[in-house]
Design a protein around this ligand. Sequence first.
Ligand SMILES: Cc1cc2nc3c(=O)[nH]c(=O)nc-3n(C[C@H](O)[C@H](O)[C@H](O)COP(=O)(O)OP(=O)(O)OC[C@H]3O[C@@H](n4cnc5c(N)ncnc54)[C@H](O)[C@@H]3O)c2cc1C
Length: 490
Amino acid sequence: MPYREGENLPQMLSNIGSREVPPVVETLEDFLRSCDAPTLREFGVSGDDIGPETFYPRLLLGRYFVAQLAALTAQGRGKGHAVEIRSRHAVIDVIPSTDGAVVRFETPHAAGQTSFDHVVLATGHKWSEKTDPSGVVLHAPWPAERLRRFSDCSVGILGGSLTAIDAAVALASFHGHFDETDGTRWIPNSKDSAFRMAMLSRRGLLPDADWYYPLPLPGLPTFNRAGLDLLVTRTSGQTGLLEACQKKLGEDLRLLDPTYAGRARPESVEGYAERHFADRLKQGGWDAARTGLAAATRAREARHTDPWRMALLAAHLTYESLLPHFSAEDRRQFDSELRPVFADVYASVPHRSIRRMLALNDAGVLELHGLGQDYAIAPAGHGVQVSGKSGVMEFDHLVDARGQTAASLADLSFPTLSQGGHFDPETLRVTHEMCRGSTITCAAVPVLLRHNPFVQGLENVEELGRRAADTVLASMTPAKAAQEDRGDRR
Ligand SMILES: Cc1cc2nc3c(=O)[nH]c(=O)nc-3n(C[C@H](O)[C@H](O)[C@H](O)COP(=O)(O)OP(=O)(O)OC[C@H]3O[C@@H](n4cnc5c(N)ncnc54)[C@H](O)[C@@H]3O)c2cc1C
């Protein structure tokens, strides 16, 4: 979905450097080097731009994935597997039965069903218009083309991170264009347009500009699974485990980056997020974005990483594995105090995205507001009023760009599966009393987000795909699996 034409605009950038995109059949870089010049030109990329740390337009990644799927299919067929891809088949139900799972679908012309031994639900992102309890419509940011309706008016964008930047880029592209030849400027189509937008987030900060870090990421001295195992075994499920773990992380941070540790006092969970963001909040959103961009550019050139960033990036991977051991109270604290900090380090954005936001602000069409923790949305005439810490603001429309919301199995709109299907986040398996010999595996991002807030990027979904494949292989009888290995099964 994020890489598909129609849903996204050519101006939208990926937030993952080329070297981090998990290769399918070949690496993204190898694929791009094999593309002809007109294809690259179509995406505004020249041969000189291609490199391990480049951020490309998302539609170019879409081209890559389409080519990789074709190559993978050819490889499979070459080994004797029967591979069939049925596009434009919208699955409307998955019905577990004693001898397989029946998948019901609709095509633009017909309806039908097919039975499978194994089913993987990989339905991905879901964006739909929502209505706030106040009655205000919160417009979905996707498909981006739908935002074109909001021409020459004022738009509030709820959120201030990756999706909000995409929404701002889309609206700005409908009302003008970015000139990125010498610096970055936004040139409006008309000087008389009433077009204005404002990003509305809790803190009123933009995400950080992408910063350099080495791969593989160095581990932490004590805050790692081996160092925490005894603690976790003894106190799994007990409130207080989070505080104990965070103390260890605090000790590591004090060793690795005493300046950051002195300023943010990470060893104490309570109030950590506020202390972490304090400097930028004091500076204000736009100034913090400007100085952050300049610092990230210098650090990239010097190939330098602030030790605290690298430590927190490594720490979030360890925390990911600890989440199932937290009590409800620890999980609540983790979500409010630590998650924003970790999101701050892993959700950094291409420098070009920050430059574009600054250019929109310079052109007087983009504002940034911090709403604080409590804010209210209410209808106001034909428009909407948003009130929070930064005051009362009115807009013609409100776009909800707060990112993917978590969902349950029932939200996937497969009615039979949602009645009686049970999802286990540990194994990704969906069990159902009717489903015995077959497997149903759920790798749908919104469902997993409920259990793991870090399931976001391509590296995560690659791992999910592998786990889903392992489940299928593990459930095959040895004879069947051997046949698969030899490529006999059709
Ligand atoms: C806007 C956006 C930008 C992102 N940018 C980045 C980035 O730059 N870097 C990064 O690492 N990660 C990024 N991500 C995260 C990551 O790329 C996605 O999480 C990843 O694409 C998820 O892959 P997926 O296959 O699970 O889901 P999706 O990519 O959403 O694909 C799901 C597929 O299932 C199909 N489908 C859904 N329902 C049905 C149905 N009922 N029947 C049949 N088909 C169905 C959809 O049409 C779609 O083809 C981004 C996510 C979003 C939303």
